[in-house]
Design a protein around this ligand. Sequence first.
Ligand code: S3P
Length: 169
Amino acid sequence: MIIILLGYMGSGKSTLGKELATVLNYNFLDLDDYISEKENSSISNLFKTKGEIYFRKKETEYLKQIIDNSNNYVLSLGGGTPCYSENMALINNSANVVSFYLKLAIPLLSERLFTAKEQRPLISHITSKEDMIEFIGKHLFERIPYYSKAKYTINTDNKSLKEVLESIL
Ligand code: S3P
């Protein structure tokens, strides 16, 4: 079984994924870390040297690789993974996969991301909190139709890690 956590940058996919994997005694994988390791490059560097299209191709390739491996995993996707290359169809058509969309309100995402934007090439250029809120608002509007294809949506606003974990379990 592969439990997939998806959602916008900063929604807590990796933090929660690690906890969930520990509780379930599953392996934990972060798709960005997997890509970094396989490509021998940080995600920022990959965007810079090879471009976003190359990154998206690799993202799909490695997602398929992980799904084809039938072990027990908790897998955290990158924020954009559900939105490219029919990746959600791949996820939803795989019998061994269950997906959760971690939903978080824009002001909360913005707060988190403003101090963690440097390693994220899509938002590293944003210099004010107002611009961050505006960017996330537009970006999320485009992405929600993809995120909503997850089997379950978990609203994480003002919830502790433990509470979110319990909802998933
Ligand atoms: C991206 C999100 C990032 C990473 C890349 C692109 C996106 O992952 O995959 O920078 O398109 O939203 P996180 O959601 O883990 O930050």
